[in-house]
Structures are given as C-alpha cells and as structure tokens.
Design a protein around this ligand. Structure first.
Ligand code: ZN
Length: 258
C-alpha cells in the first residue's frame, strides 16, 4: 500500500512539473495533431449526400495543408490520411507519443431522424469521467462503445489506479487551455463565417479522454440539415471552416507563447 501511495505521489509530482515546464518562458507550439473523426467501417453520422467520416477527412487534410503553407514551423500529424478506422485510444497514444502541443478532432454533428432544421457549430472539451461512467448517449461515443474491443480496453483502464489518476490530472491540467482554444474556434466560426454558435461544452468524450495536451473536438456543422450538409461538403464552406480553425489556433498560439 505504502509503495503504491509513494508511486502515486511521484506520478503527481511529475505531472505538476510537466505543467510548469510547459508554462516556462520560450515555450513554443511545435506539434499539432489533427484527428479526422471516424473512418473505415465507422462512417459516423450519415447525411443525404455524404458521410461524416469523409467530410471530416477532407477538412482535416485541408487544415493540415493550410498549416504547411502558412505556419511551416509547426509540425502537423494527421491521425489518418485515408479512409481507415483508428482505435480511439490509439488516436490519443499517437498524440502523446509525439509530445504534441495540441489535439484537434474534426467531426460533423447530426440530429435524430426527422430533424432537418437544427444547425450551427459547437466545440467540446473533454470533461473527466471515470471510463465506466462515460456517457454512452453522446453521439461521438457511440461507435467507440459499440466496438467489440471497447469493453476489454476500457476494463483494462478501469482496474489500473495510476491510469485513473493520470486521466484526471490531464484533464485538470489542460482544462483552461482547452476551453480557451475552444472559445476562439467558436468565436471565429461566428464572426468570420457567420455561423450559428451553439457554444463550448465540456463532456465525457472518449477520444479526448487520454490526450496529455490541450484538446478539442469541433463539430463543423449538421450533416442532418441539408443546407448545412451542402455547406460542409462545398469547397468554399470547407475553406471557411479551415480558415476559422486556423485563425483560432494562430490566436491561441500567440497568446500562449507571449
Ligand atoms: Zn463524429
């Protein structure tokens, strides 16, 4: 028991230290992970003319290209560049292994059948929940929880107390920064793109649960609304969305680095 407590104490100290280091003078955002939601056998939400996984991928790739052109000093890592499924925990692992400074997940929203009018953008930050208390009703958790490997993976995490402590520490360390970036993204969608603003929300989203850096999941529009579906599929619409996210990250970067 004593050994376990001292172990946890070391872990906590390490995370506090890491946080101070990241606040140190001269800190620069060097690596950004872009995560196109869903993929492969997991299409995400379905619209009349498109699938969420494809729209998310197009916008993610376009955003990456924008960084290459306009902010070439920042390294971009794409979780997927093609139509493949990547496990939810693996997405976070890739970002953690790369010691990324930001994690941006791109998704499309949808309403239940019959609702074709709800519109707008919203951006989530991950609230800490124990993995077995994860909200199964959340749309973005659905296809993870339905995955046949999910239960096994989640159980392995639940029984490891260090994992639980790490998860809650990550979330408390990076909460303020994640919220600040999420607010900037929403502000740009609203001011630059004149989109309906559904705001910033904190939810127990699995894909944001294990990332050890400020992380957001942005819903770029409702695929269940035909007008918005057309917008998020159009070259102009996608460019507007990419410009809004890029500008928000540039503003966030400036604020953090000063
Ligand atoms: Zn999604």
């Amino acid at each position: 028991m004593r050994k376990k407590i001292s172990h946890l104490f070391i872990l906590i100290s390490l995370f506090c230290l890491r946080s101070e280091v990241s606040q140190a003078q001269g800190y620069r955002i060097k690596t950004i992970v872009i995560d196109a939601g869903h993929g492969g056998v997991k299409p995400g939400a379905k619209g009349k003319i498109s699938l969420e996984k494809n729209v998310a991928l197009e916008v993610a790739l376009m955003l990456g290209k924008k960084f290459e052109e306009d902010m070439p000093n920042v390294r971009i890592i794409q979780i997927r560049k093609t139509d493949v499924d990547v496990d939810w925990y693996r997405r976070a692992e890739i970002a953690n292994d790369a010691k990324a400074d930001l994690f941006i997940s791109i998704h499309c929203n949808s309403m239940d059948k019959g609702n074709h009018t709800t519109r707008g953008t919203e951006t989530f930050v991950g609230a800490y929940r124990r993995i077995n208390e994860m909200d199964a009703a959340l749309k973005e958790n659905e296809d993870i929880i339905n995955d046949k490997n999910y239960k096994k993976r989640a159980e392995a995490i639940i029984i490891d107390p260090e994992e639980l402590i790490k998860l809650s520490l990550y979330k408390s360390l990076y909460r303020a920064k994640s919220l600040s970036l999420a607010k900037m993204v929403q502000k740009n969608y609203t001011e630059l793109n004149k989109r309906v603003n559904r705001g910033v929300k904190e939810q127990g989203l699995l894909v944001l649960q294990r990332t050890a850096m400020p992380s957001i999941l942005t819903e770029i529009g409702f695929i269940s609304n035909p007008e918005e579906e057309e917008y998020i599929n159009s070259a102009d619409g996608q460019q507007e969305i990419v410009d809004a996210i890029f500008k928000a990250i540039a503003q966030y970067k400036k604020e953090i680095e000063n």
